[in-house]
Design a protein around this ligand. Structure first.
Ligand SMILES: [Zn+2]
Ligand SMILES: [Zn+2]
Length: 553
């Protein structure tokens, strides 16, 4: 059901797709986290009771294989990257209330509880299947432990996915001509009992669920297509040591796509234990649940996950917001080809806020976002420096030099109208999950501030007669009002830069806590201003050339 963002009613839980912690964070990851953080920060400014959670996705074969390749335990590997992601999110000012791990005790317990409920309700059943087995390694070969040929299109495929052909998810036992990924031997097929989730029983429920699901169209449309075409039961057990044990079977763990989304529940539970919050308000009650995810995991969040929740007697999500993917210089992001920008390296050279701005302002949330150093340079120099930075620096410097404080002028009605319109555009942006609209409307307001200041020429007015001085003061106070409003409106996008603007304006309190409506409260006459510093230094051509040269042509 669509959350009412204009009036706080239900408590809101916002989650982000969990990063899979077998490697470092690159800017492709951030397409989900930054807009979700913007969304949450605006909700807080509207007075909502909002909880924002995420955590590391720690199980599954890719992690076990990465750990084996590095000669460390899976536990050690996930602890290392969990710490890495947590630090990166802090540096990027992603304001999670809690960042957990799916390997925590809470998640093991909650996963087992849910699987037991699904068994009890008749949605999980055993079936014997033929699985790839390596006699040389003396083990079954789950998911990425095996490679072979796709049974649907004949392309070379991995055990869990036809990654180079038709893109289909492959169920255990489906792959043809299996070869062991560990030793390279030809694998054989052996029969073993596994457990299946009866997804096919949820067709009617899912059709109805997708009718009322809020969020982005790409998520709903893609999921509807799947439900119409086919709903196959899912094998939810794997032959692995690393993971959450399937209840009653020490040799099997649950498939990683069972315990990963359950992390959303267990992280809420963990937060409940730390502060005055009841996780049941969301997962057993009617609090709003909003999932931000990448478009590559729509199937899991719009089909598998709601069916699992429904089957186990939990509340289902209200909205799924799916972002488009990220390309670098127009080509797919690829770690193996080196076509990647690492977040840590970015943050060593530039401010987090410039990256947050780029990711939100570049395009519609559901479209593909291309990153290039050239466009980054253009955006910083022509928008952040030339429009926003110029407004703040020029106007506050002028006011500081001439008056030292906010002068006693009248704020024009047109300015308040423009601020009201901007606020309305921001609310619409939130309702439509179009964060570019939010940042564009705030930047237009900044542009208006520049135009008023330039056209009114207060530098002449303040040197003339009394009447003109009065006019000059009104222009300055009006534009300072615009700067104050812009700082509030852009705080969700650039929290650390707007904190500085708040300081330059001599505002009391905290721009992060300032409600959206504070933008319409008149800036106080006589409030002491500070001498502003440059907020957005220009990005030089030489810097861009060096960074460009590191990427493949
Ligand atoms: Zn295929
Ligand atoms: Zn082998």
């Amino acid at each position: 059901m669509k959350p009412n963002i204009r009036t706080p009613e239900r408590p809101m839980l916002v989650t982000c797709g969990l990063p899979y912690v077998n490697g470092e964070c690159h800017i492709g990851h951030l397409r989900t986290y930054v807009p979700a953080d913007v969304y949450v920060r605006v909700l807080r400014k509207l007075g909502h009771d909002v909880t924002f959670i995420c955590g590391s996705d720690t199980h599954g074969t890719p992690i076990v294989l990465s750990a084996e390749a590095r000669g460390v335990s899976p536990k050690r590997l996930v602890e290392e990257y969990h710490k890495h992601f947590k630090e990166i999110f802090e540096q990027l000012d992603i304001s999670f209330d809690h960042y957990g791990s799916t390997d925590a005790e809470t998640n093991h317990k909650r996963t087992q509880e849910i699987v037991k409920a699904l068994i009890k309700n008749g949605y999980v059943y055993p079936r014997s299947i033929k699985l790839a087995f390596c006699s040389r390694c003396d083990r079954f070969l789950p998911d990425r432990y095996v490679e072979g040929v796709c049974p649907y299109c004949g392309a070379a495929a991995r055990g869990d996915e036809c990654d180079q052909g038709c893109g289909r998810h492959l169920e255990p036992g489906e792959i043809k001509e299996p070869v062991c990924k560990v030793c390279g031997s030809k694998a054989e097929f052996r029969e073993q009992e596994h457990f299946f989730f009866k997804l096919s029983a949820f067709k009617d429920f899912l059709m109805g669920f997708l009718e009322t699901l809020d969020g982005t169209d790409n998520a709903r449309n893609y999921a509807r297509e799947w439900v119409r075409r086919e709903l196959r039961d899912w094998c939810i057990t794997r032959n692995l040591d690393w993971g959450v044990k399937f209840p009653g079977r020490d040799d099997l763990v649950v498939y990683v796509w069972v315990d990963a989304p359950i992390g959303y529940i267990s992280f809420t539970e963990e937060l409940s234990a730390m502060r005055n919050l009841d996780w049941r308000a969301f997962w057993k009650g009617d609090g709003a649940i909003i999932h931000f995810i990448g478009a590559d995991i729509i199937y899991h969040h719009c089909i598998f996950w709601p069916a699992m929740l429904k089957g186990a007697g939990y509340s289902t999500p209200d909205a799924v917001v799916a972002s488009g993917m990220v390309t670098i210089n127009g080509k797919p992001l690829s770690k193996t080809r080196g076509n990647v920008v690492w977040t840590k390296e970015f943050l060593e050279k530039f401010d987090a806020d410039t990256l947050r701005y780029y990711l939100v302002a570049y395009t519609s949330h559901t479209k593909e976002l291309d990153f290039s150093w050239r466009v980054f340079q253009e955006r910083v120099n022509n928008e952040l420096a030339a429009i926003l930075g110029n407004l703040i620096h020029r106007v506050i410097s002028f006011a500081y030099r001439n008056f030292g404080a906010v002068p006693d002028g009248e704020i024009s009605e047109d300015v308040f109208t423009a601020i009201k319109n901007t606020k309305e555009a921001i609310l619409e942006a939130l309702e439509e999950y179009e964060f570019k609209k939010l940042v564009d409307s705030a930047m237009n307001l900044a542009g208006l501030g520049n135009t008023i200041f330039q056209q009114s020429e207060p530098w002449h007015l303040v040197k003339s007669g009394d009447e003109d001085v009065r006019k000059g003061k009104s222009v300055v106070r009006s534009v300072l009002q615009i700067i104050k409003a812009t700082a509030i409106f852009l705080e969700p996008v650039m929290p650390s830069k707007m904190e500085k603007v708040w300081e330059f304006l001599g505002m009391e309190g905290d721009v992060h806590a300032a409600p959206l409506d504070e933008a319409l409260v008149e800036i106080k006459i006589g409030q002491k201003l500070k001498k502003p510093k440059i907020l957005f230094p220009k990005v030089g051509d030489d810097v861009v050339a060096t960074l460009e040269s590191k990427l493949p042509r």
